[in-house]
Design a protein around this ligand. Structure first.
Ligand code: RTP
Ligand code: MG
Length: 140
């Protein structure tokens, strides 16, 4: 498998509990390298655009409010088969379904406040990386 990149967000439930380092350590231990990272406060407009694919879902409004409820850390992760590797270490969306040893099993508070976001395809990874980072921001 070739080295590739994915996009990650450490969500407000994690920054609030000072878990940025703990979550990043799990990503690194899973074989992913942080090649860009920035702590930001997302605007409502930014969150609505980022989560535009979920606009029609019943949880959209709550999701946007949650994602702007505090700072997040946006990251570009690099590694072999990065999208899948990251999804595997994240665990299931609902922590009640997440396997032992995953980030969401260890740290997620609820199906919404679930600690991390990760791109779900190579195409979305490219789009999501470009949403927050310029090529110069990424140092591999
Ligand atoms: P993500 O996009 O954050 O990596 O998570 P995911 O693929 O596992 O989940 P997705 O279906 O894309 O949903 C995006 C985020 O919306 C929140 N959510 N809330 N209240 C609910 O039923 C519900 N379902 C999903 C979660 O924060 C989820 O990560
Ligand atoms: Mg998703």
């Amino acid at each position: 498998m070739a080295v590739s990149r994915t996009f990650s967000i450490i969500k407000p439930d994690a920054t609030r509990r000072n878990l940025t380092g703990a979550v990043t350590k799990m990503l690194e231990d899973a074989g992913l390298r942080v090649v860009a990272s920035r702590r930001i406060q997302m605007s409502r407009e930014q969150a609505e655009e980022f989560y535009g694919v979920h606009k029609e879902r019943p949880f959209f409004g709550e999701l946007v409010s949650f994602m702007i409820s505090g700072p997040v850390v946006v990251q570009v992760l690099e590694g072999e088969d990065a999208v899948k590797r990251n999804r595997d270490i994240m665990g299931a969306t609902n922590p009640a379904d997440a396997q032992d040893g995953t980030i969401r099993k260890n740290y997620a508070e609820s199906i919404e406040a679930n600690t991390v976001h990760g791109s779900d395809s190579e195409d979305n990874a490219r789009t999501e990386i470009a949403f927050f980072f310029t090529p110069e921001d990424i140092v591999g």
